[in-house]
Design a protein around this ligand. Structure first.
Ligand code: ADE
Ligand code: ZN
Length: 324
C-alpha cells in the first residue's frame, strides 16, 4: 500500500482550514463570470502565477482580493460544497471550518448570506462528512468591528461551534480581543486563536493566548518550543496545536517539521491541517504526505497525529469515541 493511500484511508479531523482559503482558481473564474467581477488574471495559469508570497502579509493580500468573487449565498454554498467533497475524498471525517465574516461584511455582504450558504453545504454533505463552523475575528480590524461581528452571529450561535482569531498578527496581539473572547465564552462558544509561526512577538502572543485568555487550542503555535514552561503547560492541559506544514513551507524552509516531531514526541497534541489549501498547493492528505516523504514521519507518527486531531476537536466525548 502506498503512503498516500495509507494517509487517505486514515480517518482524520481537520481543525484548521479557512473556507475562503479553499477557493480554487477554477471556481474563482466561474464566480467572477457569474457575478460580473473583473479579475486581474484571466486564466487558471495566470491566477496560479499570481500566488507568490513569502510572509503572512503578502499572502493575506492575495487571499482577501480573491474573495471579491464571493457575493451570493449560492457562492458560499458552492465554496463549502467543493471543500467538503475534496476533504472527504482525502479521508477527513470531521472538519471544524473557519470563516471570516468581516472579510465579507466589510464588502457589503451580509453575515446571513455567508453563513446560510455555508450551512446548507454542510447539511447536504452530512452523510459523507461531518462539519461545524468556527467564526474568526480579523485581528487587524477594530475591536468595535469584532463586537459587531459577535452581535451579528447571535441569531446563528447554535450553528457556530467556536470563535477564532486570524489575519495580520503584527501589532495585533491576542489581548486586543480579550473582552471579545470572554464574551464568546459566556455565550457558549469554544475558543482558539492563531499564533502564526515566527512572528515578531510569537512567544509573548502565545503566553497571552494561553495564560490570560486561556484558549482551548492554538492555531500554528509551534513557537512554544522556545519556552519549555509553555510546552509543559500545553501538554498538561492537552491543548491542541493545529499545525499546517505546507502553509509553513511558504515562510520557513523546513515547514517546522522537525519542531513538530519534537513536540509530538514530547506528548504535545499536534494535528496536521491544510490552512488555505487552494493557495498552499495541497489539501490535508498532501500535508501528511509532505511530512512522510520529506521528513520521514512514520506511519505510527501519522496515526498519532490523526488521533490527536479527534482528541483535540470540539466533538463531544461520545462523538470522539465513534471516530477513534
Ligand atoms: N487567514 C487565512 N489564513 C491565515 C493564516 N495562516 N494566518 C493568519 N490569518 C489567516
Ligand atoms: Zn490559518
Amino acid at each position: 500500500q502506498s503512503t498516500l493511500a495509507f494517509i487517505k484511508e486514515l480517518p482524520k479531523a481537520e481543525l484548521h482550514v479557512h473556507i475562503e482559503g479553499t477557493l480554487e482558481p477554477e471556481l474563482k473564474i466561474k464566480l467572477a463570470q457569474r457575478n460580473g467581477v473583473e479579475l486581474p488574471q484571466k486564466t487558471i495559469a495566470q491566477i496560479k502565477a499570481s500566488y507568490q508570497f513569502n510572509d503572512l502579509a503578502s499572502f493575506l493580500a492575495v487571499y482577501y482580493s480573491g474573495m471579491s468573487v464571493l457575493q451570493k449565498e449560492e457562492d458560499f454554498y458552492e465554496l463549502a460544497k467543493e471543500y467538503l467533497q475534496r476533504a472527504s475524498a482525502q479521508g477527513v471525517r470531521y472538519a471544524e471550518i473557519f470563516f471570516d465574516p468581516q472579510a465579507h461584511t466589510s464588502r457589503g455582504i451580509s453575515f446571513e448570506t455567508v453563513i446560510k450558504g455555508l450551512l446548507r453545504a454542510i447539511a447536504e454533505a452530512k452523510a459523507e462528512i461531518q462539519a461545524d463552523l468556527v467564526m474568526c475575528f480579523l485581528r487587524d480590524f477594530s475591536k468595535e468591528s469584532a463586537r459587531q461581528t459577535l452581535l451579528a452571529a447571535r441569531p446563528f450561535s447554535a450553528q457556530i461551534l467556536g470563535v477564532g482569531l486570524d489575519s495580520d498578527e503584527h501589532h495585533n496581539p491576542p489581548l486586543k480581543f480579550m473582552t471579545h473572547f470572554e464574551e464568546a465564552v459566556a455565550q457558549g462558544y469554544h475558543t482558539t486563536m492563531h499564533c502564526d509561526i515566527d512572528q515578531i512577538d510569537s512567544v509573548a502572543h502565545i503566553k497571552q493566548a494561553l495564560e490570560v485568555i486561556e484558549v482551548e487550542r492554538l492555531d500554528h503555535g509551534t513557537n512554544i518550543i522556545e519556552d519549555l514552561d509553555l510546552v509543559a503547560m500545553v501538554k498538561a492541559k492537552q491543548i491542541g496545536l493545529t499545525v499546517c506544514p505546507l502553509s509553513n513551507g511558504f515562510v520557513c524552509p523546513d515547514m517546522k517539521a522537525p519542531v513538530m516531531k519534537e513536540l509530538l514526541h514530547a506528548g504535545v497534541k499536534i494535528s496536521v491541517n491544510s490552512d488555505d489549501p487552494a493557495y498552499f498547493n495541497g489539501y490535508i492528505a498532501d500535508n501528511y504526505l509532505a511530512l512522510a516523504q520529506k521528513y520521514n514521519f512514520t506511519k505510527d507518527e501519522l496515526v498519532q497525529i490523526a488521533k490527536n486531531s479527534f482528541t483535540t476537536s470540539w466533538l463531544t466525548a461520545q462523538q470522539k469515541e465513534s471516530f477513534l
